[in-house]
Design a protein around this ligand. Structure first.
Ligand SMILES: Cc1cc2nc3c(=O)[nH]c(=O)nc-3n(C[C@H](O)[C@H](O)[C@H](O)COP(=O)(O)OP(=O)(O)OC[C@H]3O[C@@H](n4cnc5c(N)ncnc54)[C@H](O)[C@@H]3O)c2cc1C
Length: 350
C-alpha cells in the first residue's frame, strides 16, 4: 500500500496539552513496513522526521513541525506463557491504559500502578514511565525498534535500554535515533498488586484484605482524577502534558543547602520514602514554596488547580504562553532554592 501522506495537519488536537501549529507533512504507520517506507520518504525528500505517539508528553511550538510527522499506530497484543510469567508483545501504537486494562483482565500484576497514564505503549520505554511506586522498566523484557542510523530493525534487551528515573537511551544518549515498533512486557499471573506508595497504602487502610489488581487500578485512577492527572474531557485541569517538571535528584551538599534555606523560612523539606531513597526532592513542593499557588494564571496558561506540577492550557493558549509560564516557574524556583527544575515534556519544533 502506498503511504497516505497528508499536508498541513494541525498537531494541537493530537496532543493532550492542545497547543502548537501544523505538521507540514503527516503520515500514520499501521505496520512495521509503513515505518520503513516513511523513513525512506523522509530521507529522499530531506525532511526532518518527528515520531508521534499519543501526544501526551509534548509541547508543540506555534510554528509546528516543518517536516514529516510519523504517527505510530501499530496495534496488536500477543500473550505467551513463560516460566512463572506471561509475556506480552504489544504494538507501539496501542493505547497504554487499554493495555493495562487488558493485563488486569488477564489477572496479571506488574503495571497496575501505571493505570490511567495517557499515551501509547511505544511512549512508555522512552521516558521509563512511572507512577505510584512502579516503573515500566520493572516489566519490560525488550523493545523492538527501527534504528535510523543502521537502517534496520533491532531488538534491545531491558539492560540495553539503560533505564533510570524518567530516562532511557531513547530520550538521552540515542534520542531520536530509534522508532519503537513493539514492546515486550513480562507480567506475573495471579500476582499481588504493588502497594509501595504511601498514598495507595492509605487508600486501602480500612480494607481488611489485600486489594485485587482491579481494585488497585480503580484506586490509582481515582487518585489520578483527583489530581487532574487522568485525561478527561470534563476536567480542564487535565489539559496538560502531565507533570511539567521532574523531581530533582540532589547531591548531599545541595540537600544540606536546601535544608538551611528551608529552615531560614521556617519550612521543612518533605521527605517521603519513595523520594528520599533516590535523593529526590518534590518538585511540586519547590514550586509551591517559591510563591506559586495551584491555579496560578498567566494569560491562557495556568498551574493546575489540583496539582502544582502541571501546566495547563486554559483554552486557546499558545505554546509561547506555556513556555513563558515554564520560564517564570524555573526562574523563581532557582532564585529561591538554587535548584534548576528540569522540564519533563518533549519540545517539538522550537
Ligand atoms: C494527564 C497526564 C498524566 C501523566 N502522568 C504521567 C505519569 O504518571 N508518569 C509518567 O511517567 N508520565 C506521565 N505523563 C506523561 C506521558 O503520558 C508519558 O510520558 C507517555 O508515555 C508519553 O507517551 P506518548 O505515546 O503520548 O508519547 P508522545 O507524547 O507522543 O511522545 C513523547 C516522546 O516519545 C517519543 N515517542 C513516542 N512514541 C514513540 C515511538 N513509538 N518510537 C520512538 N519514539 C516515540 C516522541 O518522539 C517524543 O519524543 C502524563 C501525561 C499527562 C497528559
Amino acid at each position: 500500500m502506498p503511504l497516505d501522506i497528508q499536508e498541513n495537519v494541525p498537531l494541537a488536537p493530537l496532543t493532550t496539552l492542545g497547543v502548537g501549529g501544523d505538521a507540514r507533512l503527516f503520515v500514520t504507520a499501521k505496520e512495521d513496513q509503513d515505518v520503513e517506507a516513511a523513513v525512506a520518504f523522509a530521507r529522499n525528500k530531506s525532511l526532518s522526521l518527528f515520531v508521534l505517539g499519543g501526544g501526551s508528553n509534548l509541547v508543540v511550538s506555534d510554528r509546528g513541525w516543518d517536516g514529516l510527522v510519523l504517527h505510530i499506530n501499530i496495534q496488536g497484543l500477543r500473550p505467551r506463557a513463560a516460566e512463572a510469567r506471561i509475556i506480552l508483545d504489544v504494538g507501539a501504537g496501542m493505547e497504554w491504559d487499554a493495555f493495562v486494562a487488558q493485563a488486569i483482565s488477564l489477572n496479571c500484576a506488574g503495571v497496575e500502578c501505571l493505570s490511567g497514564i495517557p499515551g501509547s505503549v511505544g511512549g512508555t520505554p522512552v521516558q521509563n514511565v512511572g507512577a505510584y511506586g512502579q516503573e515500566v522498566s520493572e516489566t519490560i523484557v525488550s523493545v523492538l525498534a527501527f534504528d535510523l542510523h543502521e537502517n534496520r530493525v533491532r531488538e534491545f534487551t531491558a539492560a540495553a535500554c539503560g533505564f533510570s528515573y524518567r530516562a532511557s537511551i531513547f530520550n538521552t544518549s540515542q534520542a531520536g535515533r530509534h522508532i519503537i515498533l513493539r514492546v515486550t512486557y513480562a507480567l506475573v499471573p495471579e500476582g499481588r498488586p504493588a502497594l509501595r506508595y504511601a498514598d495507595l497504602q492509605k487508600y486501602f487502610v480500612d480494607h481488611h484484605r489485600t486489594p485485587t489488581l482491579a481494585e488497585t487500578r480503580e484506586a490509582v485512577r481515582e487518585m489520578r482524577a483527583r489530581k487532574g492527572m487522568l485525561v478527561s474531557p470534563g476536567d480542564p485541569d487535565s489539559r496538560s502534558a502531565g507533570s511539567f517538571f521532574k523531581n530533582p535528584v540532589v547531591s548531599p551538599s545541595q540537600h544540606d543547602d536546601l535544608n538551611r534555606r528551608a529552615a531560614a523560612r521556617n519550612l521543612q523539606i518533605p521527605s517521603y520514602p519513595a523520594l528520599s531513597q533516590q535523593r529526590k526532592i518534590s518538585a511540586a513542593w519547590l514550586v509551591e514554596n517559591s510563591g506559586f499557588k495551584k491555579g496560578y494564571i498567566k494569560g491562557h496558561a495556568a498551574i493546575s488547580s489540583k496539582h502544582a506540577l502541571a501546566i495547563v492550557n486554559r483554552g486557546g493558549a499558545t505554546a509561547a504562553e506555556i513556555i513563558a509560564l515554564r520560564d517564570e516557574i524555573q526562574a523563581k524556583v532557582e532564585e529561591t532554592w538554587r535548584i534548576r527544575l528540569e522540564p519533563e515534556p518533549v519540545l517539538v519544533g522550537f
